[in-house]
Design a protein around this ligand. Structure first.
Ligand code: NDP
Length: 459
């Protein structure tokens, strides 16, 4: 069971609430962790608001509007029938159309998607745009599959998913294992299945020629750097000259490295699920381009190949970049719970100044507490990585208006949204001596907007 700090004024009540939820969903540990991570911060706000109490807001929010689970049948290249599980989990649409990514990864299960959809509702709320929260995906693993196999899977998946989505109902996007190429295939399958009218706004993350918006691939990584830069500024610091450790080497990581470089930082690590590379001279623009090109050409490419090309770098098999490396800023951009308490201790001991989550729920509860207790600037994913979904919403707007924004316009809109999210975190998260608790700020700021909409709607 998740432990709540005994100094929390409502520790007992939160504990009873969580035990009850756990008795209903005992095996959904990521979902329980995500709920606990929100509830422990918003409890006092709910407790002191008669409307929220009357509306039973918390009991309502921990249940989902709809959970769709379906079978996906497709043939592999040997003609063998393969069966995967497909999911679309709709959490809450108090603020607007359901919106959230699709994840293709063998680890996908209902508990993980419920955690992601739950987080998505508050993240979408923080952007200030009118979006509800959802998430979906499959336990299908694109690694080791041919392009034809992925296309066949996408067609079979969309044949089922198309019943549950629509441009004014629920608009998916990419996530882990679902890049722009895959989104294009899913969009094409949707168009074939529904026939008749053309609905570009049914899915976001499309390439430009299919109605995509400028800067969508960059948005999560860029937004992460913009948000982290705003955090650094509150303590009169900046990225200039800072050593930055990044995990992952996928979409979020690549563009986080790109913008961190142009903000004057030196990025010293990238990783994948097999290990990490440490480049003491920094992952320059040219080196990053090598990683991007290699990954784009071969989806099975491993980060270990980096050291074959750049011999000033070292590779650490089976390790994460958080221990034994000194860095000023840590940006986890790979997966959930990739920083545990031991990693957090090592980062703090080695002098980290700021940690911001590119991946969702990158840090365990214990790691988050450790950062907060040591006054580390800590940006939780629902705030720090909201750039992706906010530009996805711009894509929806663009598809509705049948027009196109210039790249610079999207960049400015993204920057404005990230700075607004930062301002919301400061508004709700400012604590003693001006220290900002971004976890509290993001959770309360994200919650209040959703809760007020639910109260306004009534039952
Ligand atoms: P990608 O699939 O493009 O890249 C994921 C990267 O993380 C890969 O390098 C992958 O390595 C590594 N990775 C995956 N699982 C693990 C693991 N269990 N342990 C260590 N490394 C792992 O995904 P994205 O970059 O799109 O997403 C990364 C994270 O960011 C996810 O948590 C996602 O939910 C979150 N996010 C993404 C957004 C987006 O716009 N794409 C928006 C907001 C959040 P390998 O190749 O070996 O699997």
């Amino acid at each position: 069971m998740l432990e709540i700090h005994s100094r929390h004024a409502y520790a007992n009540e939160v504990d009873i609430f969580m035990r009850d939820l756990e008795s209903h969903y005992p095996f959904q540990k990521e979902f329980l962790q995500a709920v606990f991570g929100v509830v422990k911060w918003i409890w006092p706000v709910v407790r002191n608001n008669a409307d929220y109490q009357k509306r039973g807001i918390l009991n309502d929010l921990v249940e989902f509007d709809a959970v769709d689970i379906f079978k996906v049948k497709w043939y592999d290249s040997l003609g063998k029938l393969v069966i995967n599980k497909g999911y679309r989990v709709k959490h809450n649409r108090a603020l607007g159309t359901y919106k959230g990514g699709l994840r293709f990864h063998p680890s996908v299960n209902l508990g993980i998607l419920k955690f992601l959809a739950f987080e998505q509702t508050f993240k979408n709320s923080l952007t200030g745009q009118p979006m509800g929260g959802a998430k979906g995906g499959s336990d299908f693993d694109p690694k080791g599959k041919t392009d034809d196999e992925i296309i066949r899977f996408c067609q079979a998946f969309m044949a089922k998913l198309s019943t549950f989505i629509g441009p004014d109902l629920d608009v998916p996007a990419g996530d882990k294992g679902v890049d722009q190429w895959t989104i294009n295939k899913l969009f094409s399958a949707y168009t074939d299945i529904v026939g008749g009218q053309y609905f570009p706004g049914v899915i976001t993350g499309k390439s430009l020629e299919l109605g995509g918006v400028e800067l969508r691939p960059e948005a999560t990584g860029y937004g992460l750097i913009m948000f982290t830069d705003a955090m650094l500024k509150t303590v009169s610091e900046s990225f200039r000259g800072k050593e930055v450790a990044v995990s992952g080497s996928g979409n979020v990581s690549q563009f986080a490295v790109e913008l961190a470089n142009s903000y004057g930082a030196k990025v010293i690590t990238m990783s994948d699920s097999k290990g990490f590379i440490y480049d003491k001279e920094g992952i320059s623009k040219e080196k990053l381009e090598f990683v991007m090109r290699s990954k784009a050409n071969d989806r099975n490419w491993r980060i270990s190949n980096y050291v074959k090309r750049f011999d000033e770098a070292e590779y650490f098999e089976g390790e994460k970049p958080w221990k034994n490396i000194e860095c000023d800023v840590a940006l986890p951009c790979a997966t959930e719970n990739e920083i545990d308490e031991e990693d957090a201790r090592a980062l703090v001991k080695n002098g980290v100044l700021a940690v911001a989550e590119g991946s969702n729920m990158s840090s365990t509860e214990e790691a988050v507490d450790y950062f907060l207790n040591n006054d580390i600037l800590f940006g939780p994913g629902k705030a720090a990585n909201a750039g992706g979904v906010s530009v996805s919403h711009l894509e929806m707007e663009q598809n509705k208006m049948i027009g196109r924004w210039e790249r610079q316009v999207v960049y400015e809109k993204l920057e404005k949204i990230m700075l607004n999210i930062h301002a919301t975190c400061v508004k709700y998260g400012e604590e003693r001596d001006g220290i900002i608790n971004y976890v509290k700020g993001a959770n309360i700021g994200g919650f209040v907007r959703v809760a007020d909409a639910m109260v306004a709607k009534g039952l």
